[in-house]
Design a protein. Sequence first.
Length: 475
Amino acid sequence: MKDRYLDFVNSPFGTSIARSLGLPRPEVLRRHRADRAEFGGMAAIGAGPSPALFDDLMGALSSIGMTSIAHESASGWLPVAARHGAMSGRFEPRARDASASDRVEALIFDATGVDESAQLHSLYAFFHDALRSLAKNGRIVVIGRPPATRASVPAATAQHALEGMTRSLGKEARNRITSNLLRVADGADIESALRFFLSPRSAYVSGQVVTIETPAAAPESWSKPLAGKRALVTGAARGIGASIAAVLAERGAIVTGLDVAAARDALDQTMLSIEDASPSGGAHAALFADIAAPEAPADIAAALAASGGVDIVVHNAGITRDKTIARMSPEMWDSVIDINLLAQARIDDALLARNVLREPGRIVAVSSISGIAGNRGQTNYATSKAGVIGRVHAMAPLLRARGITINAVAPGFIETHMTGRMPFGVREAGRRLNSMGQGGLPVDVAETVAWLASPGSAGITGNVVRVCGQSLIGA
Ligand code: NAI
């Protein structure tokens, strides 16, 4: 589904009309493009007392090729940068009318040492100075600690407070700027998450809090982190699933796309175009199954076992059968709970019981912000999607010992068939009521899934990452 308003106000004619009428003019988000450098420019670094992650941060920024400049709050930064042999300098806040070339691409704040709430002033000081210096499509990343790992109540309180700061910055910054909080446990690695949140791949992910628990090995190649991995994507014929399959393949994975037999033509077409874009010598495969069928888990496990197993499972297939509960038939209720929730559990059980999901595996389940906020006419859908989140939370500790992670992505309004069928008013509200003023694209969900599925994300499990442009619904 195309967002015609967004296209119009970004056309030469539409821009002047919108300006003269004072209409809101959301601009198209900068997304990843193969022909454009993923990173570049400067990152301004700020810090609270005793920042613990300077070394990790410097290592990651040097490796991705960003120049760092230190705010006065990050007094220890310059020696760290010198030790790494990195380009670095001093941050000078820019005036409101500074030119575009004066701006920084990212603001990063190391708040790991903040252990009581009075010290939160250091965030005020940094962002008060620096926010105006951030370029359009810029990135804000605040780095803290998981509150539950702090030894004192004041420290846990202050670390939790970072959430409100980060989310508010996302709402205040505008200009397609995203703002996210990484809670990094002692010894955990930040590079995979930092790369994702600093890059255009996270264009529609803002206001999120991600916990990183443990170290992770760096992939052999950051551009093809999924090389050598096999992935299953359900509901891959179209929409978000087709995009997930394409992005996983582009990142190096060999993909089995699954859909119902009735979607044969669409799935074949999707897999063909993936093969053209990311040649695998024919190893990308289409698999036809109704995930709700009783025989599906065993059939899927057998098909994947025949090619040596699978490393990444993406539960994307889902349906809506909307009606207010008084008017909802039992079939509408049962089919949504079964396809969106129970089928995911049955498939995982079959793959885990037979060790078809290889260690260290990745499971990514597609939920929805409906499952967080609830939605009129969607008791069945919201229940199923909240259940997906519940299952991720409950399964994560059980799978930790096997090195398997399980996370959920919760899309907001994404331009697909599903949202194309919404009544006009509901569709427009869904599109505009978020910090980006526009709907997301399937690729925004797909990039988030690919990041969670990558080896560098080994320390991330039991998380729910919303891909919603910081939707006001369920905020
Ligand atoms: P879509 O309707 O365009 O595609 C869903 C795909 O799943 C279709 O190809 C369909 O044939 C397949 N599928 C449905 N039932 C199946 C079954 N029993 N067995 C095998 N395949 C089956 O939907 P869209 O928009 O791409 O959504 C994908 C996922 O994202 C769903 O889980 C949906 O709930 C979720 N989502 C979508 C949002 C959006 O704005 N489009 C927002 C939030 C969540």
